[in-house]
Design a protein around this ligand. Sequence first.
Ligand code: ATP
Length: 220
Amino acid sequence: MSQLSASTGAIAVFGGTFNPIHFGHLRSAMELLESLELDQLRFMPAKEPPHRERPEVSAEHRAAMVEMAIAGEPRFLCDKRELDRQGPSYTVDSLVELRAEFGEQRGLCLVMGCDALLGLPGWHRWDELLDLAHLVIMARPGWHLPSQGPLAALLHEHAGSVEDLSRHPAGKVITQTLRLQDISATNIRALLQLGLSARYLLPESVLAYIAERGLYAKQE
Ligand code: ATP
């Protein structure tokens, strides 16, 4: 397990394909780290995301780009456990493992954007997620929280406060409105495929990694 201070702030897990990681992810993660007073935020790249096509860029490349992007921020970590597992990358499996590692009392948060939240009822064993972790929902440009249906009920029944995240191990939902950054990996991939620059949307180190390996380039 990685080194953690003796304090008891919550640990957050930010899952995604990170294909590639960009400043929308990074800036949101930094704001969450500070506003929620987290001890650590773990980026957890999915090897085989169950709900979308397998990314054409390998999980190893995507994780390497995450590691480059977060180098120098000791409270950020790249958690590569899903790369070592066979089959679809189910978040619930990762949370079970993390819960066992951090113990029953530690506040554990699963971070997701509104877009990911809307797909939650399709996730494997989604009704167990709140037994294992809190949910932290990030506002994202163009997306709104559901106002009816099972997700609206979940948001209402489990509504919690920032303080709850470290006071309780799991079971609360909070929403955080962060500085909105209309950046998506889809848009970055499209720029690169057109041979246009994606500069200033993601770290230079990640752009250099992409260029050196010809990732996302236009196929001749
Ligand atoms: P794609 O465009 O390929 O769907 P993405 O940019 O949405 O990729 P993902 O790796 O799929 O990135 O997203 C991981 C998580 O990051 C999701 O919960 C998503 O909501 C969130 N996220 C993505 N972009 C942003 C952004 N600009 N600001 C805040 N959160 C974001």
